[in-house]
Design a protein. Structure first.
Length: 99
């Protein structure tokens, strides 16, 4: 078996989608949720998907995304994100014996 692993990370804040993996020059891309595969799946258009090969790279990307999240104080919490984040790890495996 050989595997390819990639990740994406988005934030939903005030009903808006933000790509937490996007570089500053890419932040203005419009993200939309679309139904695909005859409505059985949802996908986000223009979402950055990053290929990863090590756990350390995944940790680095998670830290980058954490720093990019929107935060603001609430009366209950000094540093609340007030947002939801969605981290996806895409795993694609191929068994070369079955090709």
């Amino acid at each position: 078996w050989t595997y390819d692993v990639s990740v994406s990370h988005l934030e939903i804040y005030n009903e808006n989608l933000r790509d937490l993996m996007a570089q500053p020059s890419q932040e203005l891309r419009k993200l939309e949720i679309k139904h695909v595969d005859n409505g059985r799946m949802a996908a986000v258009t223009n979402l950055q998907v990053v290929d990863v090969t090590t756990a350390a790279h995944v940790e680095e990307l998670l830290l980058q995304a954490h720093e990019a999240r929107a935060t603001a104080a609430t009366i209950h919490n000094e540093r609340s994100s007030r947002s939801h984040s969605v981290f996806c790890m895409h795993l694609h495996g191929v068994n070369s014996e079955c090709l």
